[in-house]
Design a protein around this ligand. Structure first.
Ligand SMILES: *Cc1c(COP(=O)(O)O)cnc(C)c1O
Length: 402
């Protein structure tokens, strides 16, 4: 059947009619354990009672009023983000890419108002993913996302992660900022070392550059801290957040210190939908749960358990799993077989996992996952590995019936 949707996604032959916690109910009558969480979005799983209540209560009051008026729910969410981070100000948007656009514009304006309009270049890192707008594909620098979309937006220079010499060589009088994901998500759950992040901070301080962390995937508790930068002790000047902050409702945010944000004055940036009462009510409800005492500690504990169980799985299946990576509940398996084959084998076991770059399979369970359900996922991954090994054995036997 042809679909009226533009065919920009390779969609699986599967759709879901409802979800509950970490479980998804397919229209195929099967129940799936969701270790994709809508690409790290459903941080509190599906149909979380507190989120459902917040959304429905707000829905019967006011959805949208525009930013021409005060939005107390947004003031509150921004204040809570400020209270729990390095930031002084928040700009709300509807997606990750938009949050990054705000960050890029903010960094350029900062130098502009400082009297240095020539400083508009941002250094980004190989393997990065920052979104799909014209600006953010230039920032991400991946040829496959840039091809055919006309001249690349100017002002992005890219170097390999952990390559301090290359970084120093590319920084010049035109450089405005460095932009990095503390753990690359789409790029394959690749952690950046705290030592390298400290080098970035030192370079920014000595050269008057702004440090931008893209925490769209790593943020909002995913790694066991509210934001991943807390692990390194390195504080950015600007940080972008999306995915988990809305728990499934489209919501993005750009956080900044007062100094870094000083260029975005009245009328210099805007949004129609960003920060509307409905989104803000849901964002506040997400924070209610994540900021509850003990919640982040439980994510950290479950992350350690998952990592240990995955390491055992790798030892049992060295022909399938090459490496275990990640932190907290953002884990990656670099597979020996094509990662797409692994994703399909997991789905056969009714477990949803997600591919990433570098032949990695991402495991991004909702943060409310129980230890019992982590064990269930390990059993299903084990079964998927066994099925892949059986295939391998079959294929290696001459004359085997396929
Ligand atoms: C998903 C993601 C984005 C883009 O977010 P969208 O909401 O799809 O625009 C940007 N940066 C990172 C690190 C992401 O994981």
């Amino acid at each position: 059947m042809t679909s009226p949707l533009l065919p920009t996604f390779a969609r699986a032959e599967l759709s879901f009619e409802k979800g509950e916690g970490p479980w998804l109910y397919g229209r195929d009558g099967e129940r799936y354990l969701d270790f994709g969480a809508g690409i790290a979005v459903n941080a509190l799983g599906h149909a979380h009672p507190h989120l459902v209540k917040a959304l429905s209560e707000q829905a019967s009051k006011i959805w949208h009023s525009s930013n021409l008026f005060q939005i107390p729910e947004g003031e509150r969410l921004a204040q809570r983000l400020v209270d729990n981070t390095f930031a002084d100000f928040v700009f709300f948007a509807n997606s990750g890419a938009e949050a990054n656009e705000a960050a890029i514009k903010m960094a350029r304006r900062y130098h502009y108002v400082n009297g240095n309009p020539e400083r508009f270049h941002i250094v980004t890192f190989e393997g990065a993913f920052h979104g799909r707008t014209l600006g953010t594909i230039a920032a991400g620098g991946q040829a496959k996302y840039l091809e055919g979309f006309g001249p690349k937006v100017q002002g992005f220079d890219q170097v390999p992660v952990e390559d301090l010499e290359a970084l120093k060589a590319v920084i010049g009088p035109q450089t405005a900022a460095l932009m990095i994901e503390p753990i690359q998500g789409e790029g394959g759950v690749r952690s950046v070392s705290p030592a390298f992040l400290r080098e970035l901070r030192a370079l920014c301080d000595s050269q008057g550059l702004l440090l931008i962390f893209d925490e769209i995937q790593t943020g909002v508790g995913r790694t066991g801290k509210l934001f991943a930068y807390e692990w390194s002790g390195v504080t950015p000047d600007i940080m972008t957040v999306a995915k988990g902050i809305g728990g499934g409702f489209p919501l993005g945010a750009c956080l900044a210190t007062a100094e870094a944000g000083k260029g975005l004055t009245l009328g210099t940036h805007g949004t129609t939908f960003g920060g509307n009462p409905l989104a803000m009510a849901v964002g506040n409800a997400v924070l209610d749960v994540i900021l509850e005492p003990g919640f982040l500690e439980s994510v950290e504990r479950k992350g350690l358990l998952l990592k240990q169980r995955l390491a055992e799985l790798k030892d049992r299946h060295p022909n399938v799993i090459a490496e275990v990576r990640g932190q907290g509940l953002m884990m990656g398996l670099r597979t020996v077989v094509p990662n797409t084959e692994f994703v399909n084998a997991a789905r056969e076991q009714k477990l949803i996992v997600i591919g990433a770059g570098d032949n990695v399979v991402r495991l991004l369970p909702p943060l409310i996952i129980t230890e019992a359900d982590l064990g269930e996922a390990i059993d299903r991954l084990d079964a998927a590995c066994t099925a892949i090994e059986a295939e391998q054995k079959n294929a290696s036997q001459p004359g085997a019936i396929q």
